[in-house]
Design a protein around this ligand. Structure first.
Ligand code: PHE
Ligand code: NA
Length: 435
């Protein structure tokens, strides 16, 4: 990356950022975290977390990238004391950790494309999930997913994925809308809306201690924050771009797709008598499989649905691997192919426990949510808010005309709301991890 061109179009940046953001976090994780943490009360905490913490933190990462036009690790060192590069490195490590089990779930999605085509899960969706989500079959699928991700990054053919992302986003929205309409017609599904959409204050307060840390970290995970990704992407953004508007588009699209997934999953689970509080990582898979088993042309619909989810998962996984690869090729004399291959092997090995047993996957996931993501975002935002301070203000103001109030409001939100919110998340999260 000797020459650091800006994106040829602003659309290029938006597509890449949305491609990274929209993924398994929205379609797989959001419904099951919601189910595990109190349903509608989780949704309330999550939406607050997205607006008050996720959105300002996203802009914070944009500021770092555009100010320095460097990769995430070197960006910290350039703007502050060299030691701050540790925070960038922590982001890369967090992303690597997450990708290790993300690949496993990506493997499940591939498996479900085949399962849809053959109708293998039609008779017993829950048993099918149990059989393919762990053990040798899951490892084989994980290996295949890693191979595709590494292959795309090694060959440098992400252009193809960028084009696929442009189709993927509208397809997901349309598919989810159609599925949501169908879910609406299910007998017994109404309880699902009740569960997902009607919060009451008592449950809200009773759940706060466990729901808040999951909700805040869900916002980070789903927006690809704390993983050095958005810093890297924004290093190519033009100075005339209004970062707040771009960030708003990304956050809005990403949130919409998660909520739509919930509008499908919860009615389907209730219609099939499945308890969302205990279904865990299987929720979306069992819900969709039960749906396709009953629908006309279910095989075709299943292939299309899981195919689109696969594109979403690939574009997210690729964005993450790309960050490590471009940082290393920036700094060391290693070729793309051996580097991507080596990282792929490392990711595969780190993901083996998660592929072997979903209990391990849950453990890896909890460690990311309760420790790695909040620590990574906390230090990054301390840096943006309190070390950069006015320089961050100058940067966010670039390309922003007629929104004079926005810069200071954003900076103080980062300094106080984001920092305090993430600190609380960390304390509460560590408690759930060790108690
Ligand atoms: N934002 C992605 C999603 O919601 C998560 C992610 C991106 C995870 C990149 C790892 C790497 O699916
Ligand atoms: Na997401």
């Amino acid at each position: 990356m000797a020459e650091r061109a800006t994106w040829t179009t602003r659309i290029g940046f938006l597509v890449a950022a949305i491609g990274s953001a929209v993924g398994l976090g929205n379609i797989w994780q959001f419904p099951f975290k919601t189910g595990a943490n109190g349903g509608s009360s989780f949704l309330v905490f999550y939406l607050i977390a997205v607006v008050a913490i996720g959105f300002p933190a996203l802009l914070g990462e944009f500021v770092l990238g555009r100010r320095t036009r460097l990769n995430a690790i070197d960006a910290f060192g350039e703007l502050g004391h060299r030691q701050w590069r540790i925070v960038g490195a922590l982001g890369v490590a967090t992303g690597f950790w997450i990708l290790s089990y993300y690949n496993v779930v990506g493997g499940w999605v591939m498996r479900y494309i085949v399962g849809s085509a053959t109708g293998a899960y039609f008779d017993a969706p829950a048993e099918y999930f149990g059989a393919v989500s762990a053990g040798p079959e899951a490892i084989a699928a994980q290996a295949l997913f890693v191979l595709v991700v590494v292959g795309i990054v090694a060959l440098g053919v992400e252009d193809g994925i960028e084009k696929a992302t442009k189709v993927m986003v509208p397809s997901i929205v349309l598919l989810m809308l159609a599925m949501a309409v169908w879910a609406f017609t299910l007998e017994g599904g109404a309880a699902g809306y009740e569960y997902f959409l009607s919060p009451d204050l008592d449950t809200l307060l009773a759940n706060a201690g466990t729901a808040i840390p999951f909700a805040v970290s869900q916002a980070f995970f789903t927006l690809s924050l704390g993983m050095a990704i958005m810093v890297t992407f924004s290093s190519y953004v033009g100075n005339d771009d209004n970062l707040a508007v771009d960030g708003g588009i990304i956050v809005g699209t990403n949130t919409l797709i998660g909520v739509l997934a919930g509008l499908v999953v919860f009615p389907v689970l209730f219609a099939n008598g499945i308890d969302p509080a205990t279904s865990g990582p299987s929720a979306i898979f069992i819900a969709m499989a039960s749906g396709f088993a009953e629908l006309p042309a279910g095989r075709l619909l299943g292939v299309v649905f899981f195919g689109v989810v696969l594109i979403a998962a690939l574009s997210s996984a690729i964005s993450l691997l790309e960050v490590s690869v471009s940082w290393a090729t920036d700094n060391y004399d290693i070729g793309r192919v051996p580097l991507a291959a080596g990282l792929g092997v490392g990711l595969f090995v780190l993901g083996l426990p998660s592929a072997w047993d979903t209990a391990w996957l849950t453990w890896f996931d909890n460690l990311a949510y309760q420790l790695l993501l909040p620590v990574s975002v906390l230090f990054a935002m301390l840096f943006v808010g309190w070390v950069l301070g006015d320089e961050a203000l100058t940067e966010i103001r670039q390309g922003m005309s007629g929104m004079d109030w926005f810069g200071p409001a954003w900076l103080w939100t980062v300094r106080i709301v984001v920092v305090a919110g993430v600190a609380v998340t960390l304390v509460l999260g560590l408690r759930t991890l060790f108690v």
